[in-house]
Design a protein around this ligand. Structure first.
Ligand code: ZN
Ligand code: ZN
Length: 138
């Protein structure tokens, strides 16, 4: 039996394929892509930013971002294409967050892991912890 799914764009029920959107939305998306692409193809628009494209074509920002993420719109071809980092708003061309934010997140995670480790050690080695606490106070 065919597997059914909800389209992530319009929530219509459709027979699941490799896509996560229904056929209508897929067709709409292809149309949007054509609109955006033919806009960008014009020499004077090649350096348009995301917001200029949204303004000029009426295609939703999200969809254009999707095209950039899917590398259908190439930043090598259209140098100003970028979308904001989900954390700080810096323009980025791949992933969800910028390099700076991902470094920060990795640091946070390492900090977190260190704390976890310390708690684990405290749990398994109470006497030593007591001793080192006293030492710290000196
Ligand atoms: Zn749909
Ligand atoms: Zn960022």
């Amino acid at each position: 039996m065919a597997e059914l799914a909800n389209c992530i764009r319009c929530e219509a029920v459709f027979v699941k394929t490799a896509r996560d959107i229904c056929h209508d939305c897929y067709r709409q998306e292809e149309k949007d892509f054509d609109t955006v692409y033919s806009f960008l193809k014009q020499k004077k628009n090649r350096e348009a930013t995301l917001y200029e494209i949204v303004d000029a074509t009426g295609v939703e920002e999200e969809i254009i971002i999707k095209f950039i993420k899917e590398k259908r719109l190439r930043t090598s071809q259209f140098p100003k294409l970028a979308y904001p980092c989900e954390r700080c708003g810096t323009p980025i061309v791949s992933g969800k967050i910028c390099t700076k934010c991902s470094e920060e997140l990795i640091n946070d995670l390492e900090q977190y892991e260190k704390i976890e480790e310390r708690i684990e050690k405290q749990k398994s080695n109470k006497e030593n912890v007591y001793y080192s606490f006293n030492k710290d106070e000196d």
